[in-house]
Write a protein that binds this ligand. Structure first.
Ligand code: FCB
Length: 445
């Protein structure tokens, strides 16, 4: 299977998960620094203070990307490196780090893809209410504008937010991610502010006028009912509304999905409304939709998830990853086709896809056949969508390096490069060499 000319093959990472250097060169504290330092929050007791030490090994890591042969690299910028308190004076040394990273990438013909926000909010802003507070939206706008102005000549793609659903609901309803809150109403308010900040960033991007394109990355998942019963189909619709349509609808159609607004109201929740002007800003045309695809979701009517009234279901015959996620490659085409039909984005990038599985170390080789077959099957499925006309222009594998997997710490390895977290040595896995062939030939065999 041959991918089209100019197709972007990349890998993806995020600042908190790989950088370390948590207090280096004037960097301020982020909500993930804060959250991971509270005992009990991270399952294996680890913190991201050092992580992969990418802050000090950036050149070595870019050399590994160069050797890999992928033509793009997605990384995120740590807001508290640029503004240690979230706003105020720029911390020049923090900005310099990303200037050097861009220099290295461009010099090596690797297109930089920048995520503006991958979850490491400055703690100073969290102390004032975080994403539920309008002031955070205003501070975000100042932060992104500086980046458009200073880095705008070299970035190919800008991503305003990574997975707003995770930020809003894992961080403010389920409490599993920083800042660890458990309040559905708060999560709804946060979701609105994230959308608003996205729209304002798009507006600012057009005003500043840097080269490159701008978009947003959503974690999307096909939702399937366990049975065709009316109850299960309704449960499917609710979960799909909660996870997928809650963000897609305002971005493309100016409003929250009305069935979800009704459901939340019926549940006595406070649903944020969108003024005409807010709806217009949120739905300003952006250049591409980023899809992060990992698995499908199977639900039935039930009470496990009390707000949505659904139970989660794990099909028996399926294979599962180390995260407990079902391996479901055909969901790739399904989600792409569904988004295309429902929302008609001009361009799509798969901004994340990948797998955590146990790797086997044999001497200096890291054997990960399961990862190779996972990526292969997902790429083959994606190629079918492209063959039948879907506007997918790139694929970013999560992840370049084994890294800090949020509340699961270092216990899950997603990288195509093994990281020894005691010595920080990097060893490319078999999947690295497999992906190298794909990147170099544009072919998946
Ligand atoms: C996504 C996140 C990314 C990583 C992968 C496994 O939800 O964007 O940071 O943790 O999952």
């Amino acid at each position: 299977m041959q991918f089209p000319q100019g197709f972007l093959f990349g890998t993806a990472t995020s600042s908190y998960q790989i950088e370390g250097g948590w207090k280096e060169d004037g960097k301020g504290e982020s909500i993930w620094d804060h959250f991971s330092h509270i005992s009990g929050n991270i399952q294996d007791g680890s913190v991201g203070d050092v992580a992969c030490d990418h802050y000090h090994r950036m050149k070595e890591d870019v050399a590994l990307i160069k050797e890999l042969g992928t033509n793009a690299y997605r990384f995120s910028i740590s807001w508290p490196r640029i503004f240690p308190q979230g706003e105020g004076q720029v911390n020049q040394k923090g900005l310099d780090f990303y200037q050097y990273l861009l220099d290295e990438l461009v010099k090596n013909d690797i297109q930089p893809v920048v995520t503006l926000y991958h979850w490491d909010l400055p703690q100073a802003l969290e102390s004032k209410g975080g994403w539920a507070n309008q002031e955070t939206v205003a501070a975000y706008l100042k932060y992104v504008k500086i980046l458009f102005q200073t880095l705008g000549d070299r970035v190919a793609l800008w991503i305003t937010h990574n997975e707003p659903w995770v930020i809003a609901f894992m961080g403010h309803y389920l409490g599993e991610h920083a800042p660890g809150k458990k309040d559905f109403n708060l999560a709804l308010r946060v979701s609105k502010n994230l959308l608003l900040s996205h729209g304002l960033a798009v507006q600012s991007f057009r005003e500043v006028g840097p080269v490159g394109d701008i978009g947003i990355s959503l974690n999307l998942s096909p939702v399937h009912p366990v049975s065709e019963s009316e109850e299960d189909i309704k449960a499917k619709k609710r979960y799909d509304g909660f996870l997928n349509r809650w963000f897609l609808n305002p971005l493309f159609a100016e409003e929250f999905p009305s069935d979800m607004v009704e459901w939340y109201q019926k549940k006595g929740l406070q649903v944020p409304s969108l003024s005409k002007e807010e709806a217009r800003i949120i739905s300003l045309p952006f250049d591409f939709l980023g899809i992060n695809y990992y698995t499908r979701t199977v639900v039935e009517a039930g009470e496990d998830e009390p707000v949505l009234e659904v139970n989660f279901f794990q099909p028996q015959k399926a294979e599962y990853t180390d995260m407990g996620w079902e391996i479901y490659p055909q969901g790739m085409t399904e989600i792409v086709k569904w988004v295309e039909e429902e929302y008609r984005p001009e361009k799509i990038y798969i901004t994340e896809n990948g797998v955590a599985l146990p790797d086997v170390r044999e001497g200096n080789s890291i054997l990960d056949p399961g990862r190779i077959s996972f990526i292969r099957s997902h790429l083959l499925d994606l190629s079918q969508a492209i063959d039948t006309g879907s506007p997918v222009s790139g694929y970013f594998l999560w992840s370049l390096l084994d890294n800090f997997e949020w509340t699961l710490g270092f216990s899950k390895r997603f990288g195509i490069i093994w990281v020894d977290f005691s010595t920080l040595e990097r060893i490319p896995k078999e999947s690295y060499f497999w992906y190298q062939k794909v990147a170099k030939t544009g072919k998946v065999e």
